[in-house]
Design a protein around this ligand. Structure first.
Ligand code: ADP
Ligand code: MG
Length: 244
């Protein structure tokens, strides 16, 4: 469904060149929950940004349903970002002045003209309420982000990522800032969303404890993807390895 083909990416800042992706290939299947693991700085976020058309590769192709999407005009890329992909980040990126409900509704505001929004707002609010119930935040609808715990902020961010009914959720270290229990709740929630709504999920993480809950694990190494999860420990030793 979503494919990265021979992707190369180098960052340049003044005289410093950082080559991050070296001819990377990845195929993601419809409906799967994929984890991508790898050392810090191995290019996981870079890859996620390229898959979700937030950035462009130096060369190579990103292909969705057999159609190249990395080189589309910016309007079509905006549309993909708004309708096809949902994004979840380690630091939530909620707007501090808005309530939980308005944060969740933000992608829908952005997608509509004022008139259009006015005519359809009730239906969007209904969907936002349903999503907030799904993520267990029915009693936090009017709260501001600073009045929520980390786990609650991430659950609000998940509801926001789902409001436009995306086909693909891209999650960058979604549990990276949470304690083990809140992190587990987030992964269970993603697992449920994947099963119930059929959303394809690509999750980057270096928390090896949570990857057994996903369908498939690949590893980033030397700017490429390897299917060999050789470095993956059993979950009992995972915590130890993370802290080393
Ligand atoms: P990961 O998510 O696996 O930790 P990243 O994709 O964030 O890795 O980064 C990979 C490498 O690219 C790092 O060495 C980082 O310093 C560098 N890098 C990432 N983004 C930029 C940028 N916008 N400009 C310059 N270098 C960057
Ligand atoms: Mg990263």
């Amino acid at each position: 469904m979503l494919m990265a083909r021979d992707i190369w990416k180098t960052y340049r800042r003044d005289a410093v060149e950082v080559r991050v992706l070296n001819g990377l290939n990845l195929e993601v299947h419809t409906g799967e929950f994929l984890s991508i693991v790898g050392a810090s700085g191995s290019g996981k976020s870079t890859l996620l940004h390229l898959l979700g058309v937030l950035d462009k590769p130096d060369s190579g192709e990103i292909i969705l349903d057999g159609k190249r999407i990395d080189n589309l005009p910016s309007k079509e890329r905006d549309r993909l970002r708004n309708r096809t992909f949902g994004y979840i980040f380690q630091f939530y990126h909620l707007l501090p002045e808005l309530s939980t409900l308005d944060n969740v509704l933000m992608p829908a505001y952005v997608a509509h003209s004022f008139m259009n929004w006015w005519q359809t707002r009730r239906q969007w609010r209904k969907r936002a309420h349903e999503l907030l119930e799904k993520v267990g935040l029915s009693l936090r609808i009017k709260h501001r982000p600073r009045e929520l715990s980390g786990g609650e902020m991430q659950r609000a961010a998940i509801a926001r990522a789902l409001i436009m009914n995306p086909r693909v959720l891209l999650a960058d270290e979604p549990t990276g800032n949470l304690d083990a229990d809140s992190g587990r709740v987030i992964i269970q929630l993603l697992r449920e969303i994947n099963r119930e709504e059929g959303v394809t999920i690509i999750m980057v993480t270096h928390n090896l404890d949570i990857v057994p809950m996903t369908d498939r694990v690949v590893r980033m190494c030397n700017g490429q993807i390897t299917d060999d999860p050789g470095l993956l420990p059993s979950s009992s030793t995972a915590q130890l390895l993370i802290t080393v």
